[in-house]
Write a protein that binds this ligand. Structure first.
Ligand code: ACO
Length: 348
């Protein structure tokens, strides 16, 4: 065991390919100004976001289609056919419908008829939790190859009026995917991981499906007195300040925890692939660990918060720009609804 590796040492696991997919439409801050009382300056100063992608609202736009496109690109990158996959694991909090799982639809879109498929919901932490889970399944010998998809189309749960502006400005749609494969190179694989959740924070960030689920219904009454304001139903509700405070403390904490588990100092990690929720949160973490900008990529200005799509999209950008080298160490880090937070540190 080298570098404090805590994963089972008998099997190497490699990230054999990556891919991503985004809707065409760029929802700019200027377009948001036309929909609600907000300003480019307000959004940019507080979040660092200039634009995000949004699905075409005039046609059905399943989460599974976006996830399929990302996975097809990852399979191409890995030089593999879908038939070579042992399992499809999809992280999402915005399924096409409560059942079946998005992963089942993705597998079907790829022509698979018997391959196992599972969804995992840890909101923005979903991909990070899923990639650690898939690693364990390969390292234990259960599977040789697993596709891990992170996809969300959360803009369908945003209220694009002044009423819902606090959350709506943050989110974009997007998908990323990686192919994990067993390899004889035992230096490759996960070095350490952490997964955390605190359900007491459930109402800090949630989507009420049914108005009976709204936190504090008394203070959210419709103006006509007909009951709870219907604009809340199925739309994301967020205590922005609360989530900000939670993220600013947990983000560096889980980075340090994972470094400690691996017995590494922060400078030994080549890329911090972080969930993109707020440029200020990313900047605070970067300064806390004294990292150069090149080690912590920020794409929130272009894509906003794509929830489970966020980390694999960043990874895929690094890959496509040839910034990833064999032997490098990459840490995936995220926090999100649940509340959840976690990290997964890899030698690639
Ligand atoms: N445009 C203009 N004004 C706005 C907007 C907007 N879009 N949204 C809110 N405001 C107003 C508010 O009404 C308020 O006005 P008031 O003082 O007159 O009441 C004022 O701006 C300040 O609002 P706050 O919500 O206190 O603004 P804050 O400085 O906290 O910034 C923000 C809000 C950007 C949402 C910040 O709290 C944040 O980034 N939080 C973290 C959120 C996050 O990361 N969520 C994703 C988690 S990941 C997942 O799992 C999905």
């Amino acid at each position: 065991m080298s570098d404090g590796r805590t994963a089972p040492p008998h099997t190497g696991v490699e990230i054999a390919g990556s891919g991503s997919a985004l809707p065409e439409h760029r929802l700019t801050n200027a377009e948001l100004e036309s929909l609600m009382d907000t300003s480019d300056e307000w959004i940019l100063q507080r979040t660092g976001i200039r634009e995000r992608r949004r699905h075409d609202t005039s046609t059905p736009y399943p989460t599974s289609d976006l996830g399929t496109a990302a996975l097809e690109n990852a399979l191409d990158d890995a030089g593999m056919h879908a038939e070579g996959l042992g399992l499809v694991l999809c992280a999402t909090m915005t399924p096409d419908s409560p059942t079946p799982a998005v992963s089942c639809r993705i597998a079907a879109n790829l022509g698979l008829r018997t391959t196992g498929a599972i969804d995992l919901n840890a909101a923005c932490s979903g991909f990070v939790f899923a990639v650690s889970t898939a690693h364990a399944m390969i390292a234990s010998g259960l599977y040789d190859s697993i596709a891990v998809v992170g996809v969300d189309t959360v803009t369908r749960h945003c209220d694009y009026s002044t009423f819902g502006r606090g959350a709506a400005i943050l989110f974009g749609d997007g998908a990323g995917a990686v192919i994990l494969k067993k390899t004889n190179d035992t230096a490759k694989g996960m070095l350490a991981q952490a997964m955390h959740a605190n359900g007491n924070g459930a109402k800090s960030l949630y989507i009420p499906c049914g108005l009976d689920q709204v936190e504090d219904p008394e203070s959210h009454q419709a103006e006509d007195g007909s009951g709870v304001d219907p604009r809340l139903n199925d739309k994301i509700q967020m205590n922005g300040k609360g989530v900000f405070k939670f993220a600013v403390s947990k983000f560096p904490e889980v980075i340090q925890e994972t470094l400690d588990l691996a017995g590494l100092t922060a400078d030994r990690v080549d890329h911090y692939v972080c969930h993109q929720a707020n440029a200020r949160i990313l900047e605070a973490a970067r300064e806390r660990f004294g990292l150069p900008e090149s080690k912590l990529r920020v794409n929130i200005d272009r894509l906003g918060n794509t929830v489970a799509g966020s980390c694999p999209i960043v990874y895929d950008e690094l890959k496509r720009e040839s910034l990833l080298e064999p032997g490098q160490k990459v840490m995936f880090i995220a926090f999100g609804a649940g509340l959840t937070w976690g990290a997964s540190l890899w030698q690639i």
